[in-house]
Write a protein that binds this ligand. Structure first.
Ligand code: HEC
Ligand code: HEC
Length: 404
């Protein structure tokens, strides 16, 4: 459903590029919006200009009338309203609840980030030599594999959905149950996890790295202060340094920093509804989540009780069904949802949250409004960082793959 109640900043298709030659869409007096304005005062225009303007206006109307253009000739619809700036929907105090992303979650030298990026893609750190971090956290796919739960060594199916690595470095802790404090620590987990990359132990992992001749100069450049450059620690610090750069600012951030035009009024209404419904009691901070743990099924028990979250870790009764509140950054791109990956669509996930966390049944219109806002959290992927690196070639001592 597309309602063109005002000309949305991002909504109706981009201004049609000028057919050929000047005037271009970039020159303000000839943009379709300005052109419609001029049409209201034709006496100020030359005839040839008018002809061109009419052509552009017609093209604009054609595109902006969107999906269901009537198939038979009908009287021309009234001219589309001239663009009105979005009015701020939230007051200042409400808007303060929304925070922009930082530029990164910790700076590092280019050499260290490049090394981390290379390691992130290196499948030789898996026993079958065909699984890298990027297999389950595909960077070009918003850092997820799109599966309910991931597939690791020998086709092993894990029990949890793989969360995105974008902005993950900004979480208060790592994993759905928060069992790791930060990305540097987390990076050691998957390599040694028998169901994921399945390397025997940290010594074996370091041996693999030392067997690849091209890694020594990369590690030395990244850790010039270390006597021994290639260690389990420097491996983890490099991967962490890379992940700390995986930040995805979006239009939302421009809005949170004060540009009211960056979000349409409908999107701002969605932000207000997210707040007023109570979602931000749990999903808050610059990541719109990632700040702590909450019981899933706080009001109405969660349907899937197979995984008890933090309780499996701490054995404390109070931790039953406690999971990390995930960030909602890029959430439109990271389906399926929840720790078990059992929920396929975002509207469904929003409905379940309202029901199970807040005891509320949201109408379809309310869900659509919240989803419209959540989509503004889809950021731009940092292309230079996500590009696949060139991997240094194996040496004679590099282990052969163990067939999965
Ligand atoms: C076989 C698939 C798989 C591979 C390979 C894998 N991961 Fe993961 N990753 C997951 C799953 C599943 C989780 C969630 C597990 C949990 O919470 O218990 C996860 C969690 C994470 C998290 C925590 C994010 C958050 O929101 O809490 C980070 C960071 C991460 N992985 C980075 C990496 C890195 C770095 C590598 C490579 C060294 C890697 N992963 C390899 C599947 C994988
Ligand atoms: C009481 C705390 C709490 C409230 C209130 C809450 N959530 Fe959540 N939310 C969580 C937790 C915890 C999870 C992770 C649950 C899991 O996967 O087990 C989650 C997960 C999600 C997810 C899935 C994200 C992903 O990557 O899988 C979405 C979407 C979401 N919440 C949106 C909302 C919306 C929208 C609202 C308001 C209607 C809301 N939440 C209210 C705690 C809360």
């Amino acid at each position: 459903m597309v309602v063109v109640s005002s000309v949305r900043r991002d909504g109706c298709p981009a201004a049609p590029a000028a057919p050929d030659g000047p005037p271009t869409a970039a020159s303000p007096p000839h943009s379709p919006i300005a052109t419609l304005g001029h049409l209201l005062q034709p006496d100020r225009m030359r005839v040839s200009h008018l002809t061109f303007s009419l052509a552009v206006a017609a093209l604009t109307l054609l595109i902006c009338s969107c999906e269901k253009a009537p198939s038979t000739a009908q009287p021309a619809p009234p001219p589309a309203p001239v663009a009105e700036p979005s009015k701020p929907v939230l007051d200042e105090a409400q808007k303060k609840m929304f925070q922009a992303l930082p530029e990164n979650f910790g700076t590092a030298t280019e050499a260290r980030v490049t090394l981390g990026r290379t390691l992130f893609h290196d499948a030789r750190l898996s026993a079958s030599q065909d699984i890298s971090c990027n297999s389950c956290h595909t960077l070009a796919n918003y850092g997820v594999d799109g599966q309910p739960t991931s597939t690791g060594f020998k086709g092993h199916k894990g029990g949890r959905n793989s969360p995105t690595v974008f902005n993950a470095a900004g979480h208060a802790s790592q994993f759905w149950d928060g069992r790791s404090p930060h990305v540097e620590d987390q990076a050691k987990g998957p390599v040694l996890n028998p169901g994921e990359m399945a390397i025997k132990d940290d010594k074996a992992a370091v041996d693999i790295l030392r067997s690849i001749p091209g890694y020594l100069p990369l590690f030395t450049a990244a850790f010039p202060e270390e006597k021994v450059a290639i260690t389990w620690e420097t491996y983890a610090r490099a991967v962490g340094a890379f992940e700390r750069q995986l930040v995805t600012p979006s239009r939302f951030d421009a809005w949170a920093k004060g540009d009211d035009q960056a979000l349409t009024e409908d999107e701002q209404k969605g932000a207000l509804l997210l707040m007023q419904t109570g979602c931000m009691g749990c999903h808050n901070g610059p990541l719109v989540g990632g700040t702590g743990f909450q019981k899933v099924g706080a009001v109405t028990p969660w349907p899937n009780q197979n995984d008890h979250g933090r309780q499996d870790l701490t054995k404390a009764l109070a931790d039953d069904m406690m999971f990390k509140v995930p960030s909602l950054r890029n959430v439109d791109k990271t389906a399926p949802y929840f720790h078990d990956g059992q929920t396929a669509t975002l509207p469904e996930a929003v409905k379940m949250m309202a029901r199970h966390q807040l005891g509320r049944e949201l109408s379809d219109v309310e869900v659509a409004s919240i989803v419209a806002f959540l989509k503004t959290l889809t950021g731009e992927l940092p292309q230079a960082l996500i590009a696949a690196p060139e991997l240094p070639p194996s040496g004679p001592r590099t282990p052969k793959a163990i067939k999965g």
